[in-house]
Design a protein around this ligand. Structure first.
Ligand SMILES: *Cc1c(COP(=O)(O)O)cnc(C)c1O
Length: 365
């Protein structure tokens, strides 16, 4: 864990198809449509709409909740499945807070792979049910995601199968980088700012990798400023950015994570070192938002724009809301929305009220 896991870009590319940037040949790709997700430009002419309301005419929302299993994780699973097919591997082992697992289960089903999945027993039911529907073999870890991670590694080391764990399998960062290449194609330029939520830090490293590939190929002139947003109850990357080292290391105890945003609830981020390296090298910012800010951002995003995202995704939007006063409003901002709201309906009930009584006639209203 915590190794630097990156694949070097080879050759020269001028393709606009993000799949051409992946290190596995197309003939191994599963036939499930991953990526090419919409980049919303919330209509600036509608007054209640967010770009007008907040005065950011160039605000965009990248909706990765529309991927086949409902999260950005499909980008990684897609490449992992292609890699497995290329190398005649028929079983994939994965630990997850929920989305990586349901994603690998779904993409694995499309690719004809067996999937062994380790989830914390507290994972949202929708994510478990999804994985079981796709036919994954599910094991529940009694404690938390960090425990599921260790159990899955022990399993793949001693019993076989290829491990897909985030920050362990380099194909995960490579697969996730396609989101940046798509954003570049959709905007016809790199944005000035991008807001990304952070758990293990792999999505963010994938975001950087995509922009770095484009930079290295001379297609963009600068790397966007990444705003890495963590939940205040799961903030080890932000803390490490301040202190220069990670919790659990050098005598600092691991603080156990707790947030409503289950997808980013991690005690020790398995890709923390690379995340920190990228943030420091490219001038990224890391900061936290509270659960209250996350849930209210989730509700605002749904009711202002019609985009219902899960709490871990809305975390990035909460980050934008928190930081917007410090930004130049003429600049181009992208908020990366990583997962669909239906993934966790329990936390989505916090800011709404379901009618208590039913009626038989309109007179009862
Ligand atoms: C996995 C996930 C994240 C965080 O990604 P990391 O690579 O762990 O930082 C954020 N949002 C959603 C919806 C996710 O599934």
């Amino acid at each position: 864990m915590n190794g630097v896991l990156e694949v070097e870009l080879s050759g020269t590319l001028d393709s606009n198809d993000s799949l051409d940037y992946l290190p596995v040949e197309r003939k191994y790709f599963p036939s499930i449509p991953v990526g090419n997700t919409p980049l919303w430009h919330p209509a600036p002419e509608i007054p209640e709409n967010i770009s007008k309301k907040y005065g950011f005419p160039e605000l965009y929302l990248k909706d990765d909740g529309v991927n086949p299993t409902g999260s950005l994780k499909d980008r990684a699973s897609f490449l992992v499945a292609a890699f497995a097919r290329k190398h005649d591997i028929n079983e994939v082992v994965v630990a997850s807070t929920g989305n990586a697992g349901s994603s690998m289960a779904g993409i694995g089903a499309a690719a004809g792979l067996k999937v062994k999945l380790f989830l914390p027993k507290t994972a949202p039911p929708a994510k478990m049910i999804q994985a079981l529907q796709y036919g994954a073999d599910l094991v529940l870890a009694d404690k938390n995601y960090d425990q599921a991670f260790s159990l899955s590694l022990e399993y793949s080391n001693t019993r076989g199968g290829m491990n897909r764990n985030t920050a362990y399998n380099p194909m995960t960062i490579e697969g996730k980088k396609t989101v940046s290449i798509e954003i570049f194609n959709q905007l016809k330029k790199a944005p000035d700012h991008i807001f990304v939520s952070l758990g293990d830090g792999v999505i963010m490293s994938g975001v950087y990798k995509g922009f770095r590939d484009l930079f290295q190929l001379g297609r963009i002139e600068k790397i966007p400023v990444v705003h890495a947003v963590q939940a205040s109850g799961s903030d080890s990357i932000c803390r490490a950015m301040e202190s220069g080292n990670f919790n659990g290391k050098q005598g600092i105890p691991v603080r156990s994570a707790n947030t409503v945003a289950d997808s980013i609830c991690v005690d020790t981020p398995s890709n923390g070192h690379l995340a920190l390296k990228n943030l420091n090298k490219f001038g990224g910012h890391c900061f936290t938002v509270t659960d209250e800010e996350i849930l209210s951002a989730q509700k605002k995003l749904s009711s202002d724009c019609g985009l219902f995202s899960e709490p871990a995704a809305a975390t990035a939007y909460a980050g934008f809301l928190k930081k917007k006063a410090t930004l130049d409003s003429s600049e181009t901002c992208v908020v990366l929305l990583t997962g669909n709201g239906l993934k966790d309906i329990n936390s989505a009930t916090n800011k709404i009220s379901v009618p208590k009584n039913s009626i038989n006639s309109l007179d009862e209203l």
